[in-house]
Design a protein around this ligand. Sequence first.
Ligand SMILES: *Cc1c(COP(=O)(O)O)cnc(C)c1O
Length: 370
Amino acid sequence: MDIPFLNLQAINARHADELKAAAARVIDSGWYILGQELATFEQDFAGYCGVRHAIGVGNGLDALSLILRAYKELGALHDGDEVIVPGNTFIASFLAITENRLVPVPVEPDPASFNIDSACVAAAIGPRTRAIMAVHLYGQLADMRSLAELAERHHLLLIEDAAQAHGASSDGRRAGAFGHAAGFSFFPAKNLGALGDGGAVVTNDTVLADRVAALRNYGSDVKYRHLYQGINSRLDELQAALLRVKLKYLDDDSAHRRHIARRYREGIHHPDIQLPIVQSEEQHVWHLFVVRCAQRDALQRHLQAHGVHSQVHYPIPPHRQVAYPGLHGLQLPCTEQLHREVLSLPIGPTLRDEDADRVIAACQSFECPA
Ligand SMILES: *Cc1c(COP(=O)(O)O)cnc(C)c1O
């Protein structure tokens, strides 16, 4: 039997009884939007992240976008302001910026960690720079200490795209607690996944939290009173109830992901396959286990022939996407090389040791074409 990249059915089947009970509770309540399930989940998730506020929204893109939108409403950002962002990220990091008529300034990653390189960030700061969007790519914390230093020195907002890094921590602080605000996604395949779309903004800033809470709900603070031209992007009661169940198991799931990652890192020794480099165990929650190979497509075909499904995160960098013709002129050689070489191996909370060993064996038997 093939080893799937990620088995969502198996992941949720572990908690089927609890999930069904939570769903039944919502169905029977007759209250489906902005109710007690959401309020409780927001409290739980803020507590988990170690911040004062969490605001449930419709998805991760909206979480990031609403942070920037709220800062614009509060006068901290203006049309045309520049936001520094890693060149190698999922498109949503860019879309949140451009959706708000802000200008993404993509910078190169540190090829060892895949995360944004602080020296490149420092070099990219100019007179119109107002914010840094850090992305904890693949589940590993970006270098938040040096990014926070830069942000402070240059009076910049520091925003975390934490969509892949629920629970990643450093010195007892978790993803979402390092910047001025952070956006999370609860897309089903994320480390904390709903059974549909979902997201959250987390922050210690009460003014920002209130503004995001109003903006996600038609710009309204009290029903039918509209202070801002908001949007409709709410985490519904059903997803909030399901996420309350899944949050309880997040740390166990992260521990299992770390176990699989350790197994891969101990088992895969191949001259043509470069393993991911980790700063420390706690800083990585292994949303993805990403290797590099100069002959990436050949490796993917080889794994497929051995029944191992893999994926590429991501095949085309944002600045090369058709959607962003204005960015096509940028030269980001490190970013572009990574997009040619990265391959994500199966990893997840239900992947068994024997599956991991088959993945390892398939990697070990790869004969790299010259
Ligand atoms: C998934 C993801 C998002 C967007 O989240 P959605 O819930 O899919 O909108 C944003 N940034 C990164 C890095 C992601 O992986």
